[in-house]
Design a binder for this molecule. Structure first.
Ligand SMILES: [Zn+2]
Length: 148
């Protein structure tokens, strides 16, 4: 239910596990406990079960992605300064790549206008700071100011 949120948390550099359809609630609770993870969910029952086993939990009520992100970032009290450090597909930490090495891998317009690039060594997917990232950061910072 929170797939977009998980993707954006990875963009903001958080080590984020997103359970697939084969993972049941018991597994989720077990993994969260074993790896000391924050449990983020819109599922009230799962949140209650998480509290019972003394997990750090965060219940999300809104369906608005910006509000969800603002809520998470407020909960863990971290600024949106560290972005694009993890692959949004597989959660692997990204490695930075030199501009001269990526010309063949990104659209010409991106190559002209951007200077910093990253690569996921597992997916072989290239990342750069596009305008949608900048807009997202701006929007979340606005929301967070309102909430403080
Ligand atoms: Zn990847």
């Amino acid at each position: 239910m929170l797939g977009s949120l998980a993707k954006w948390l990875r963009i903001f550099g958080f080590d984020t596990l997103y359970p697939d359809a084969t993972t049941n609630d018991d597994d989720v609770l077990h993994i969260a406990k074993a790896e000391k993870r924050l449990l983020i969910s819109r599922d009230k029952e799962l949140i209650i079960r998480g509290k019972k086993v003394k997990l750090d939990v965060l219940e999300i009520q809104t369906t608005d992605l910006h509000e969800q992100l603002a809520q998470v970032l407020t909960h863990i009290q971290i600024d949106c300064t560290q972005v694009l450090t993890r692959c949004t597909l597989c959660n692997t930490p990204l490695i930075s790549v030199e501009k001269k090495d990526i010309k063949a891998h990104v659209p010409p317009k991106v190559f002209e206008t951007r200077d910093v690039f990253w690569l996921c060594p597992v997916c072989i997917k290239y990342y750069w700071m596009g305008t949608h990232y900048e807009n997202m950061i701006e929007k979340i910072n606005e929301l967070r100011k309102k909430n403080v």
